[in-house]
Design a protein around this ligand. Structure first.
Ligand code: HEC
Length: 99
Protein backbone atom coordinates (compact mmCIF):
# COMPACT_ATOMS: atom_id res chain seq x y z
CA UNK A 1 0.00 0.00 0.00
CA UNK A 2 2.84 2.33 0.85
CA UNK A 3 4.36 1.79 -2.56
CA UNK A 4 1.03 2.57 -4.19
CA UNK A 5 0.74 5.81 -2.24
CA UNK A 6 4.21 6.87 -3.34
CA UNK A 7 3.39 6.06 -6.93
CA UNK A 8 0.15 8.01 -6.74
CA UNK A 9 1.99 10.98 -5.27
CA UNK A 10 4.65 10.81 -7.98
CA UNK A 11 1.97 10.74 -10.65
CA UNK A 12 0.23 13.73 -9.12
CA UNK A 13 3.45 15.72 -9.00
CA UNK A 14 4.27 14.81 -12.60
CA UNK A 15 0.80 15.89 -13.75
CA UNK A 16 1.12 19.19 -11.93
CA UNK A 17 4.57 19.85 -13.34
CA UNK A 18 3.38 19.12 -16.82
CA UNK A 19 0.22 21.19 -16.32
CA UNK A 20 -0.82 21.74 -19.87
CA UNK A 21 -0.67 25.22 -21.33
CA UNK A 22 -3.81 25.70 -23.42
CA UNK A 23 -2.45 28.57 -25.49
CA UNK A 24 0.68 26.59 -26.38
CA UNK A 25 -1.34 23.47 -27.16
CA UNK A 26 -3.74 25.39 -29.33
CA UNK A 27 -0.91 26.59 -31.61
CA UNK A 28 -1.11 23.38 -33.60
CA UNK A 29 -4.85 23.90 -34.03
CA UNK A 30 -4.55 27.53 -35.07
CA UNK A 31 -3.71 26.75 -38.70
CA UNK A 32 -7.30 25.68 -39.19
CA UNK A 33 -9.21 27.26 -36.31
CA UNK A 34 -7.36 30.60 -36.10
CA UNK A 35 -5.15 31.72 -33.18
CA UNK A 36 -8.22 32.33 -31.00
CA UNK A 37 -10.56 29.76 -32.53
CA UNK A 38 -12.23 32.56 -34.47
CA UNK A 39 -12.27 30.80 -37.85
CA UNK A 40 -14.46 28.10 -39.30
CA UNK A 41 -11.83 25.39 -39.75
CA UNK A 42 -11.59 24.51 -43.44
CA UNK A 43 -14.85 26.43 -43.86
CA UNK A 44 -16.65 23.59 -42.06
CA UNK A 45 -16.47 23.72 -38.29
CA UNK A 46 -18.31 25.99 -35.92
CA UNK A 47 -16.41 29.01 -34.62
CA UNK A 48 -15.12 27.57 -31.34
CA UNK A 49 -13.90 30.83 -29.84
CA UNK A 50 -15.65 31.44 -26.54
CA UNK A 51 -17.08 27.91 -26.30
CA UNK A 52 -17.59 26.83 -22.68
CA UNK A 53 -14.77 24.61 -21.45
CA UNK A 54 -17.06 21.58 -20.98
CA UNK A 55 -18.31 21.83 -24.54
CA UNK A 56 -14.76 21.88 -25.93
CA UNK A 57 -13.70 18.92 -23.77
CA UNK A 58 -16.80 16.95 -24.73
CA UNK A 59 -16.21 17.60 -28.44
CA UNK A 60 -12.52 16.65 -28.25
CA UNK A 61 -13.28 13.46 -26.32
CA UNK A 62 -15.85 12.57 -28.94
CA UNK A 63 -13.38 13.08 -31.77
CA UNK A 64 -10.69 11.10 -29.97
CA UNK A 65 -13.12 8.24 -29.43
CA UNK A 66 -14.20 8.48 -33.06
CA UNK A 67 -17.85 9.03 -32.14
CA UNK A 68 -18.18 12.70 -33.14
CA UNK A 69 -18.64 13.81 -36.73
CA UNK A 70 -20.69 16.97 -37.10
CA UNK A 71 -19.66 18.30 -40.49
CA UNK A 72 -18.34 15.15 -42.16
CA UNK A 73 -14.79 15.88 -41.01
CA UNK A 74 -14.75 13.96 -37.74
CA UNK A 75 -12.01 11.62 -38.97
CA UNK A 76 -9.72 14.59 -39.53
CA UNK A 77 -10.35 15.86 -36.00
CA UNK A 78 -9.81 12.35 -34.63
CA UNK A 79 -6.23 12.65 -35.85
CA UNK A 80 -5.92 16.03 -34.14
CA UNK A 81 -7.40 14.89 -30.83
CA UNK A 82 -5.67 11.49 -30.68
CA UNK A 83 -2.54 12.79 -28.95
CA UNK A 84 -4.38 14.96 -26.43
CA UNK A 85 -4.62 13.83 -22.83
CA UNK A 86 -7.64 14.71 -20.69
CA UNK A 87 -5.53 17.43 -19.07
CA UNK A 88 -4.60 18.83 -22.49
CA UNK A 89 -8.29 18.96 -23.45
CA UNK A 90 -9.16 20.76 -20.22
CA UNK A 91 -6.36 23.28 -20.82
CA UNK A 92 -7.50 23.92 -24.38
CA UNK A 93 -11.10 24.26 -23.20
CA UNK A 94 -9.99 26.74 -20.59
CA UNK A 95 -8.08 28.73 -23.19
CA UNK A 96 -10.94 28.84 -25.72
CA UNK A 97 -13.56 29.77 -23.14
CA UNK A 98 -11.54 32.89 -22.36
CA UNK A 99 -11.18 34.03 -25.97
C1 HEC B 1 -6.52 20.45 -40.52
C2 HEC B 1 -7.45 21.41 -39.91
C3 HEC B 1 -7.76 21.28 -38.44
C4 HEC B 1 -6.88 21.25 -37.38
C5 HEC B 1 -5.36 21.35 -37.42
C6 HEC B 1 -7.70 21.17 -36.18
N1 HEC B 1 -9.02 21.15 -36.49
FE1 HEC B 1 -10.58 21.11 -35.16
N2 HEC B 1 -11.88 20.93 -36.68
C7 HEC B 1 -11.55 20.91 -38.02
C8 HEC B 1 -12.75 20.55 -38.80
C9 HEC B 1 -12.82 20.43 -40.32
C10 HEC B 1 -13.79 20.36 -37.86
C11 HEC B 1 -15.22 19.87 -38.12
C12 HEC B 1 -15.23 18.35 -37.78
C13 HEC B 1 -16.57 17.65 -37.90
O1 HEC B 1 -17.00 17.38 -39.01
O2 HEC B 1 -17.19 17.35 -36.85
C14 HEC B 1 -13.22 20.66 -36.55
C15 HEC B 1 -13.96 20.65 -35.36
C16 HEC B 1 -13.46 21.01 -34.13
C17 HEC B 1 -14.25 21.22 -32.93
C18 HEC B 1 -15.77 21.13 -32.84
C19 HEC B 1 -16.40 22.23 -33.64
C20 HEC B 1 -17.73 21.86 -34.25
O3 HEC B 1 -18.02 22.39 -35.34
O4 HEC B 1 -18.48 21.05 -33.69
C21 HEC B 1 -13.39 21.53 -31.92
C22 HEC B 1 -13.72 21.85 -30.48
C23 HEC B 1 -12.05 21.50 -32.50
N3 HEC B 1 -12.13 21.20 -33.83
C24 HEC B 1 -10.90 21.74 -31.79
C25 HEC B 1 -9.61 21.56 -32.33
C26 HEC B 1 -8.42 21.53 -31.53
C27 HEC B 1 -8.37 21.75 -30.03
C28 HEC B 1 -7.38 21.32 -32.40
C29 HEC B 1 -5.90 21.17 -32.08
C30 HEC B 1 -5.54 20.11 -31.15
C31 HEC B 1 -7.93 21.24 -33.74
N4 HEC B 1 -9.29 21.36 -33.64
C32 HEC B 1 -7.18 21.10 -34.89
C33 HEC B 1 -10.31 21.18 -38.57
C34 HEC B 1 -9.12 21.19 -37.86
Amino acid sequence: MKKLAVLTLAATVATTLMAADGAALFKKCAGCHGMHGEKKALGKSEVIKGWPKEKVVEALKGYKAGTRNVHGMGALMKGQAAALSDADMEAIGDYLSKQ
